[in-house]
Design a protein around this ligand. Structure first.
Ligand code: G4P
Length: 530
């Protein structure tokens, strides 16, 4: 019994988020290196050619010949069992990332030191905020020209509205990058350029009051570090683990993933500060991860994982207890018992049957078309539903019509199933049926995928017409009749597949106008189900 408690406590499940090119793939690879999952350091080569890959890990896998699941990467480090949840590299699939963050207990945010907070980081951070999970910041590429570190911290605070605490402090940047000063250990880790590989970097210890570091850094950088460190102590927020756990303060680390600098200190600090599996809200109150009864929710459904199999896999995050192969669980949304007989973890080509797993872990099960995003599976004695996964507002819209009206049944089935997987959002104009629908996505590549899948899996040809809308908002008061609202003539009243009322707007100006014209109207860019 105690064994399963220990197994759960040592789990750390997190996602890495970043704007494309900030270094997420590189950092992931270096974390693997320290976990012993791969043997030698080195950057992932030739990634440019494969920017459209849905999973960056597949690329790492190909390059390195290692086994990485396409949904979660599990490895051991210093008695911790680490689960890194995969998030798609291409921003057009970031809706998947939003949902993956729902399954994570914390997030690592990678920021390019020369660019600061970028658009995609902002969007992803919003989801972390919604979940109130701890966020750890890794400011990457210090070996290149970088923004001033004080400016970077201020930038994060202003753009994201989260307090920062610098765990280490960079000494110079770019060609003059000398290393970092670890504030808690009063030590300098010196940077020597090139690939640090698995070699430990040179370390000097001592407080800045003694002159220990002068020789290491030279006069200029030593004086600068002294001044900046003093300023930091006076001006910055104090370290506060409680605020970190609530997601109100982000510990910041400076480093360079490519040269493998600062990655291991980051990992060990991060593991100390982050959390073991968190409780989850449900219709029966909070579900404690230590509850020995199994419970899980579906956060991702992936079709065509493997061309040879042509199937659909539902990925679920275990929220409590222990999972055992072949166990019988209650699928709450279908109100029936099912046997999880073929639970799998996925490798690029091979599948591996999971014998057991614990709260914090992710397993994939074959989905004959019964699962939807957010579904609850639990021990039959429990009977509850986890709080629904919110739907995030898409930013691209297209009108979809079927070319052959005789194939209406397949068309409706295909669109509905693909929407259930969360691969696309579907809207119907109020008072118009399914013959003509509007689809929404975070990026236009989602539309291409829809078109191809409808053709290959459902044998339906569609006509896609990109619409000039830019935003959609859920109406908070669902009892309100959308027809009574005073809107600009180019706005559209629609309903999603869950029957919720929304308005599609041409731009932000249309939203502003709607709010001004309709007293008491409130709108939301996140659809929170019942
Ligand atoms: P992403 O997953 O967030 O999209 O970023 P990725 O790791 O693919 O990194 C994007 C580019 O930035 C890569 O270069 C990578 O080598 C480089 N990079 C990552 N970390 C660092 C760092 O600490 N310092 C420096 N100087 N560069 C870094 P690329 O030219 O796009 O790819 P490649 O041809 O080098 O593979």
């Amino acid at each position: 019994m105690t064994n399963y408690v220990n197994e759960i406590q040592r789990r750390r499940t997190f996602a890495i988020i970043s704007h494309p090119d900030a270094g997420k793939t590189t950092l992931t690879e270096k974390l693997l290196l320290y976990g012993g999952a791969i043997l030698s350091a080195g950057s992932v080569k030739g990634k440019k050619a494969n920017k459209h890959a849905v999973s960056d890990w597949m690329e790492i896998e190909k390059q390195r010949g290692i086994s990485v699941t396409s949904s979660v990467l599990q490895f051991e480090y210093n008695d911790f069992c680490i689960n890194i949840l995969d998030t798609p590299g291409h921003q057009d699939f970031s809706e998947d990332t939003y949902r993956t963050l729902m399954a994570a207990d914390s997030a690592v945010m990678v920021i390019d030191a020369s660019k600061g907070v970028e658009a995609q980081t902002k969007k992803l951070f919003k989801v972390c905020l919604l979940r109130k999970i701890p966020v750890f910041t890794f400011i990457n590429k210090m070996d290149r020209a970088a923004m001033n570190p004080f400016e970077l911290l201020e930038h994060i605070e202003i753009e994201l509205g989260i307090a920062t605490y610098a765990m280490n402090w960079p000494i110079g940047s770019g060609k003059e990058f000398k290393g970092v000063y670890e504030r808690d250990h009063h030590r300098i880790i010196a940077f020597h350029g090139g690939d640090h590989g698995q070699k430990a970097a040179e370390v000097s210890e001592g407080t800045l009051e003694d002159e220990t570091f002068r020789g290491v850094l030279g006069d200029h950088f030593f004086e600068q570090l002294r001044e900046e460190s003093e300023l930091l102590d006076i001006a910055s927020t104090e370290f506060d683990q409680e605020l970190i756990s609530k997601g109100e303060l982000t510990p910041v680390f400076f480093g360079s993933a490519l040269t493998n600098f600062g990655v291991e200190p980051f990992l060990s600090h991060f593991l100390d500060m982050t959390t073991s599996p968190l409780p989850r809200e449900s219709t029966q109150g909070e579900i404690n991860p230590m509850d020995e009864r199994f419970s899980a929710f579906v956060f991702k459904i992936q079709a065509n994982m493997n061309k040879a199999h042509r199937d659909r896999i539902a990925f679920m995050r275990i929220c409590s207890g222990r999972f055992e192969k072949g166990m019988e669980v209650m699928h709450m949304q279908q109100n029936r018992k099912i046997k999880l007989s073929q639970p799998q973890q996925f490798m690029a080509q091979d599948r591996e049957i999971v014998e057991e797993a614990y709260a914090g872990d992710v397993i994939g099960v074959f989905d004959p078309g019964i699962f939807s995003i957010g579904d609850t599976l639990c021990d039959p004695s429990m009977k509850f539903e986890f709080k629904k996964i919110p739907t995030f507002a898409p930013e691209h819209f297209a009108r979809v019509t079927q070319k052959d009206t005789m194939k209406r049944k397949q068309f409706t089935k295909g669109i509905t199933q693909i929407a259930q997987e969360g691969a696309i959002q579907v809207f119907q104009e109020i008072n118009i049926g399914m013959e003509e629908i509007i689809v929404g996505g975070v990026g236009v590549l989602q539309f291409e995928v829809l078109e191809q899948r409808l053709k290959s899996e459902y044998n339906v040809d569609i006509k896609l017409e990109i619409l000039p809308f830019q935003c959609v908002r859920w109406i908070d008061d669902q009892a309100l009749d959308p027809n009574t609202l005073n809107l600009t003539s180019d706005s559209k009243r629609v309903r999603d597949l869950k029957g919720r009322n929304l308005i599609i707007f041409m731009n932000n100006w249309g939203i502003k106008w709607a709010l001004e014209q309709n007293k008491g109207l409130t709108l939301s860019d996140v659809g929170t189900a019942e």
